[in-house]
Ligand binder design. Structure first.
Ligand SMILES: [Zn+2]
Ligand SMILES: [Zn+2]
Length: 546
């Protein structure tokens, strides 16, 4: 056999290769065929290792192959760097990137995507700076990777720049770039821009529609989510289970109980999709938020995997909203039964007890919290100011302008107080003792990251500029009220994206507002239908569909 034919045969084998054992067999064949020094074969082998990260031993094998190459081509450098990046060894990937004899756009894009996928968004965006300095142009892949990081940190300024570049390069109509732009604008709280990109796109896929529906959902615009869903169907795009998550989330946040139930039914009856635990969770949340805790509880009983702590935790959250001790205790007992009880759950229940004036229950929870020990996620907030993202943590002392920030915060708090701000939940917080920023509560003296970000934003931007903040946890009640009054006192619009949803603060009001329960008819009947539908779900046909 000629070398070329042998090489082709090996490349063909590689295409079907799905395990490391098989890779080693192919490698043996490479050696037998005398193709060990063939750079294209070695590059392909390394590339295989880069895409099969889950196969253990692939990284070491790739390094071995790479070391054997005398003068590795750029492609091999890219593959080995990607191999390290995908295995989470970002520093090694960067070292290889920095030491490549020749860097093509693939190398830059690989580095951006490694950073972005690993959640190192600041570094990903730093690559853009470097590309500009070295006069490297962007292509669709670079733009998609960078936009994903912008979306995560809420870097609207850089996102807008990338949008302009995409327009110049006529890439906006590319479905991947369009989807990434929609995602970025929506996650930065700029729904109008997301919408205009959506309208400009010539080709839209299920991801495009899902993005819009999901973003309407988390912005609390259930009616718009529904309207887009209907348009999606008219456009002939088949929804998937992600579509319904966005839709149900929108219904839940806007209090569209009946609509939520209808769509939940349609999943199986019309679209042959089996609702997952997240969909059931949305429905429990839908009832819970609307104050129908009894229905939420009945709903949990219809969940096929009833022993999933997620639904009980959602019920506990709803019990807190409606200060319902009995349901809260029930949720808690079930979390305990499942061995899934966390200190955070106890904090929630203790807040319910405190709100309902149950000192004995409160004391019990305090004890339990101490036994369980508190492990909370440290809170942080991002704010973008003139294309640079600043990160603040709770009680931040690390930011270079820290002193200035605290001084400004004092002034901001005073002005917010004169507009009507009163620190909330101080009694509970005092009783709970020392809590770090855990998404549930804080120490009275501690300063949550978004307050610092807001103070910094007010100090660093001209009057009238909107502030956009991204936070990793939920906004606590106190910070929520603080931000409301700041928006009024300083006449600024402030957009906060927290772990769950968006809050648009303007003139002392937040978009999340009060739950408007519009239609609460025939819920009892719906519950019984749901119970029936759970049964027929197993049969894959639905009586309502006939
Ligand atoms: Zn807070
Ligand atoms: Zn809000």
């Amino acid at each position: 056999m000629l070398d070329c034919a042998k090489a082709n045969a090996i490349l063909k084998l590689l295409q079907g290769c799905n395990s490391f054992t098989r890779l080693r067999k192919i490698q043996a064949q490479v050696i037998v065929s005398g193709l060990e020094c063939d750079p294209s074969i070695s590059t392909q082998l390394i590339n295989f290792c880069a895409v099969s990260v889950s196969v253990s031993g692939s990284l070491a094998h790739a390094q071995l192959l790479f070391d054997k190459m005398l003068d590795p081509p750029t492609q091999a450098w890219n593959s080995i760097a990607r191999c390290y990046g995908r295995n989470g060894c970002l520093e090694d990937a960067r070292f290889l990137f920095d030491n490549m004899p020749e860097r093509d756009l693939v190398a830059w894009n690989a580095m951006i995507s490694c950073y972005s996928q690993a959640g190192h968004h600041e570094e990903a965006m730093g690559m853009y700076e470097k590309m500009r300095n070295e006069n490297v142009g962007l292509d669709g892949f670079s733009i998609v990777g960078l936009l994903s990081s912008c979306a995560h940190v809420g870097a609207l300024g850089l996102g807008v720049q990338l949008h302009r570049i995409a327009c110049d390069k006529r890439l906006v109509r590319n479905v991947f770039v369009g989807n990434a732009l929609i995602d970025m604008f929506a996650k930065c709280g700029s729904l109008d821009d997301a919408l205009s990109v959506f309208r400009e796109m010539r080709k839209r896929d299920v991801f495009t529609w899902n993005s819009m529906i999901h973003e309407f959902g988390v912005h609390g615009l259930g009616n718009d989510a529904i309207s887009f869903f209907e348009q999606m169907l008219l456009a002939g795009i088949r929804p998937n289970s992600i579509t319904f998550l966005g839709l149900l989330c929108g219904c839940s946040h806007q209090g569209l109980v009946q609509e939520g139930i209808d769509y939940f039914h349609q999943m199986s009856s019309k679209f042959n999709l089996t609702p997952g635990i997240k969909h059931y969770g949305c429905l429990v949340d839908l009832y819970g938020r609307a104050g129908r805790l009894d229905k939420a509880l009945e709903m949990i009983e219809t969940v096929p995997s009833r022993d999933d702590p997620v639904v009980w935790r959602i019920l506990l959250g709803s019990s807190k909203i409606h200060k319902n001790v009995a349901t809260g205790e029930k949720a808690m007992m079930n979390l305990m039964r499942l061995g899934a009880l966390t200190a955070g759950d106890c904090v929630l229940l203790s807040t319910i007890y405190a709100g309902a004036n149950y000192p004995s229950g409160f004391a019990k929870m305090r004890k339990l919290i101490k036994t369980l020990g508190v492990k909370t996620t440290p809170g942080w907030s991002w704010i973008e100011i003139s294309n640079q993202v600043h990160k603040f943590v709770v009680d931040d002392k690390l930011h270079p302008d820290s002193m200035q920030v605290y001084e400004k915060l004092e002034e901001v708090t005073k002005r917010a107080a004169s507009a009507g701000y009163v620190k909330e939940e101080a009694v509970i917080l005092n009783l709970l003792g020392s809590w770090s920023e855990g998404g549930y509560s804080e120490t009275p003296s501690s300063c949550h990251s978004e307050k610092l970000a807001i103070a910094y934003g007010l100090a660093k931007t001209p009057e009238g500029t909107s502030l956009r903040i991204v936070k990793n946890l939920r906004v606590c009640k106190d910070c929520h009220s603080f931000t409301k009054f700041v928006s009024k006192a300083f006449n600024r619009s402030i957009v906060v994206r927290d772990r769950v949803r968006f809050h648009h603060f303007k003139n002392g009001v937040c978009s999340c507002g009060r739950l408007s329960v519009r239609r609460m008819v025939a819920i009892d009947e719906e519950i019984s239908i749901l119970k029936r539908s759970r049964f027929v779900l197993q049969l894959k046909t639905h009586p309502m569909n006939r």
